[in-house]
Each structure stands twice: as C-alpha cells, then as structure tokens.
Write a protein that binds this ligand. Structure first.
Ligand SMILES: [Zn+2]
Length: 135
C-alpha cells in the first residue's frame, strides 16, 4: 500500500493530466474543457477519455485555436487477474491496430455489461410490481 491520496478536485496550477470529455463520461466538450482549464490558469491539460481517442481531433483543433497546451491520452481499462485497473497512457499512436482492437473489445464488453444490467433491472422491477424507471 502507498500513502497516496487520490485528489477529488482538479488542480489549481500546473497541468491536469486526467480529464474526461463528453467522449466518455465527462460533461464538457474538448473545447469547453480547454477553455475552462485556461480560465482557471492551468498551464495545460491532457484529455484521457475512457478507451477511446474519439475526442482527440476536436481537442487538437481547440488547442490550436485557443493556443493552449494539450496532451492526448486515454484511460485504458485492463484486467490484472480478476481485478479491473485503469491506466493512463499518453502520446501513443492512435492508429496502432492492437490498441484499437483493445478499445473495441472493451467497448463491446461495456455494452454487453450494460445490457445485462438493464435486463436485471427490468426483472427486478417486474418482481416488485412497479416500474421505477426515470422519465
Ligand atoms: Zn478517469
């Protein structure tokens, strides 16, 4: 074990190397993210969406237009035995076939897991005799 404590707030100075956008589970477009980082006084950001490089192109255009430093990366989901781990990777070749296949495999597994979860929810709500799905 380490004494490292995971930060719960974005940094107030330097670089933020772990940012998500709407291309995974973030709430901001790449441009909005870069604008906010610039306005907060950061020196630069790395976008690291989950298992995708889909936001890289938008982020690169925004970085050029805003003259704001950007590092491209991804938060990669991997298995270590029976433990799921997330690794941050930066500046790799987005056209690498093995990486692209890994991302595709992870996305398919995520969709399958969501479908199983949804099916389980439907069975549970039926057995409870009511529907509690949001509107
Ligand atoms: Zn993350």
């Amino acid at each position: 074990m380490t004494d490292y404590v995971m930060p719960t707030q974005p940094p107030r100075e330097g670089w933020d190397l772990h940012c998500h956008t709407v291309f995974s589970d973030g709430t901001r477009t790449p441009r909005q993210l870069l604008e906010e980082a610039r306005d907060r006084g950061l020196h630069g950001v790395a976008i690291a969406d989950h298992d995708t490089t889909a936001g890289w192109e938008q982020a690169m255009h925004a970085a050029e237009e805003l003259h704001f430093p950007l590092m491209r990366g991804t938060e990669i989901t991997a298995q270590c035995g029976c433990v799921s781990v997330h690794m941050l990777a930066y500046l790799y070749d987005p056209n690498n076939r093995q990486i692209s296949e890994l991302f595709e495999k992870t996305r398919r597994a995520r969709v399958a897991r969501t479908k199983r979860w949804w099916s389980c929810c439907r069975k549970t709500t039926r057995s409870l005799g009511r529907v509690c799905l949001s509107r």
